[in-house]
Ligand binder design. Structure first.
Ligand SMILES: [Zn+2]
Length: 266
């Protein structure tokens, strides 16, 4: 089994979306500057000996600027997106074609993680998502409640959706999915146990940044259920400590840069 990390480009955001009370005002500093950060959109391509090529997360749609409503793009501006960051090109740089992909796992259905599903529109590739994530996304789009992070261009029936019902499942040998709520109801973290490089744990946006995990900083405005987030926080620590996993946070630019120095892990 081999793992390639994919770089789907960068966004620049207010840290307050991801880290609670980032830039909060106080008595002695009543008008602080909101901290902003360059973040990454991240994917993983796994060459699995039995299941074939598996993709975890898809980044944003290539035409995010047109697809996303202007206020959404203003808040989550894609500031760096070259041809090499496009899903098909990123897969190509790893030595494969999109047509080689046998399965897609979506960590969660927000537009910067599932927007790249446009590349799989109308074909038979199974798209694995947790049942509650799928229901929540369709509900959000249908009712307009919490619509912002979905927009909806990929939330339709043109895909071969496959629902995961379990809280934890080893979907293929050495690939385990863990449901962790808090950011969204059915977020799936992915653990990959590689024969030589050891365990990788992809947290998606349960832990978008390193400080969420290392400093126990809960999510900011993107948090939806803080009690559940803490449960996911503990689950992440338990898995990481038991397996000595390398953690890939949902959006951490520096972690991706560090890990991408080695092109392929096996
Ligand atoms: Zn995200």
């Amino acid at each position: 089994m081999r793992l390639h990390l994919l770089d789907y480009g960068n966004m620049e955001v207010d840290v307050g979306w991801f880290v609670q009370a980032a830039g909060v005002s106080t008595l002695s500093a009543p008008t602080p500057t909101s901290p902003r950060r360059k973040i990454s959109m991240i994917g993983a391509l796994i060459e699995h000996p039995k299941a074939g090529l598996i993709l975890y997360e898809t980044g944003a749609a290539p035409n995010a600027r047109e697809q996303w409503p202007p206020p959404v793009f203003e808040a989550f501006a894609v500031t760096h997106y070259e041809t090499a960051n496009r899903l098909d090109e990123a897969v190509h740089a790893a030595g494969f074609d999109l047509a080689d992909i046998k399965a897609v796992v979506i960590g969660h259905m927000h537009l910067d993680h599932a927007g790249g599903l446009e590349f799989f529109r109308g074909n038979d590739v199974p798209i694995y998502v947790h049942e509650d994530e799928l229901k929540n996304a369709f509900y959000a789009v249908a009712t307009g409640e919490d619509l912002g992070p979905y927009v909806g261009h990929y939330v339709d029936t043109s895909f071969n959706w496959k629902a995961i019902q379990e809280e934890q499942t080893e979907l293929w040998d050495g690939i385990t999915l863990y449901r962790a709520q808090g950011h969204t109801p059915g977020l799936l973290m992915m653990r990959a146990d590689l024969p030589n490089a050891g365990t990788f744990l992809f947290t998606s946006d349960l832990m978008p940044l390193r400080e969420n995990y290392e400093e126990g900083r809960p999510q900011g405005w993107l948090g939806r259920d803080q009690h559940q987030w803490w449960r996911g926080f503990k689950l992440t620590h338990t898995i990481a400590e038991r397996t000595d996993a390398r953690l890939v946070f949902g959006h951490d630019y520096e972690v991706l840069e560090e890990l991408r120095r080695e092109r392929v892990y096996d």
